[in-house]
Design a protein. Structure first.
Length: 116
């Protein structure tokens, strides 16, 4: 499964020139963990991620910068993927958390560019 969702400049999407790959396994169950950080002066333009857990483990993903992920955020079941493009989200940390007692592994890529 391809996880590269670079925006299409020819289609008028904001040019996202910097990929930020990530591959994170939740180290401590029931604690939110950093997926990636959008650097100061940049904007999140697109992302694609997948829950690559080996067991039947769900991940909850927060796509709000600077907010800890909670189990009420977007749930991503094992082997499910989530992609978004045409974004203009702020700099900061983006996180995920497992379902109660779970330690999922989430991988993917985020695309960022300079704030306009």
């Amino acid at each position: 499964m391809a996880l590269n969702v670079a925006p299409d400049a020819a289609a008028g999407d904001a040019l996202a020139e910097t990929p930020i790959p990530f591959n994170v396994t939740l180290a401590v169950a029931d604690t939110s963990e950093l997926l990636f950080t959008v650097p100061t002066g940049k904007r999140l333009r697109a992302f694609s991620l997948a829950n690559r857990s080996l067991s039947k483990v769900s991940a909850h993903v927060s796509m709000v910068a600077g907010t800890s992920a909670t189990v009420t955020d977007m749930e991503l079941a094992r082997k499910d993927a989530w992609s978004e493009a045409d974004l203009d989200l702020p700099e900061g940390d983006y996180e995920f958390i497992g379902s109660t007692g779970d330690q999922p592994r989430v991988s993917g890529v985020a695309w960022v560019s300079a704030a306009s």
